[in-house]
Design a protein around this ligand. Sequence first.
Ligand code: NAI
Ligand code: PYL
Ligand code: MG
Length: 263
Amino acid sequence: MAIKMALLTPNDLININKQLQEADSTVQRVTGLDIKGICKALYGTSPSSEKVGIVPVTSGNGIIGNFSASLHAITQYFGFESFVTDMPDVSGYYEAVRNGAEIILMADDYTFLAHNLKNGKMANNQPCTGIIYAEIASRYLKADSKDVFVVGLGKVGFPGAAHLVQKGFRVYGYDPDENLFQRAVSNLGVIPFNPEKPKKFSIIFEATPCANTIPESVLSENCVLSTPGIPCAISEELRTKYDVQVVAEPLGIGTVSMLYSVL
Ligand code: NAI
Ligand code: PYL
Ligand code: MG
């Protein structure tokens, strides 16, 4: 049986437009590109008026307050025409297709997918999130080396680490789960991070569901922390002390990565 995702709460999604705007300006400052520019560079695609149908799903833990409304706001923010169906589940899917949706967005407790009905392409939120946050980290304009620290090698972190390896970065990784850690070392060539031998990084990518996962000893002044993980990986105190550039946002960056990947 698949393992449930760490679920968002309605609170995570409050003021999603403001969260997106702030993340977009951080991405622009860190990389020189905005989020759409990153997506275009990453996937080589651009939207051409695709209509997105968002289907609420009641199974398992059920509807997350603000989830569909946030997807609506996110798709509009990135210039997609979109609508949320009145009905959930199978009836909602039927309604979406009948009303002209070309891309379906929907999520249960295990899978959040984008399915392009015109070309058949399908995307899963976890790898798409890992890949775009890793891509943003990899484009840090003031990086001092090709060394990256990856914290968390699960369903989001592993594809992100794989993307960084593929781009030619030296990836140092850590995960307390010995199986996942060894999988990253043997399959990707990730370098085991040794907390006993502190090393500073200018690029850090984090994907865990825990707070305070970044030890102070790895932070260099003005480093980038690109992290989809909820809650945030770093305290306000450390963020301020090292002037860390934090790219973090609960839903939109991963969602737009899914959408561009199916165009
Ligand atoms: P996962 O459970 O597959 O992987 C998390 C990994 O973090 C596990 O392997 C775990 O052993 C590791 N971990 C836990 N504590 C750690 C620590 N102190 N140091 C290093 N590693 C540690 O979870 P998944 O699906 O990869 O999600 C990760 C986070 O990303 C969750 O908080 C999830 O809610 C969030 N997420 C955010 C999205 C966004 O758009 N912002 C999209 C998808 C997920
Ligand atoms: C996609 C997010 C990112 C982090 N956790 C993932 C999550 O919360 N997934 C569950 C989404 C369920 C949505 C619910 C609804 O309102 O339609 N079924
Ligand atoms: Mg996101």
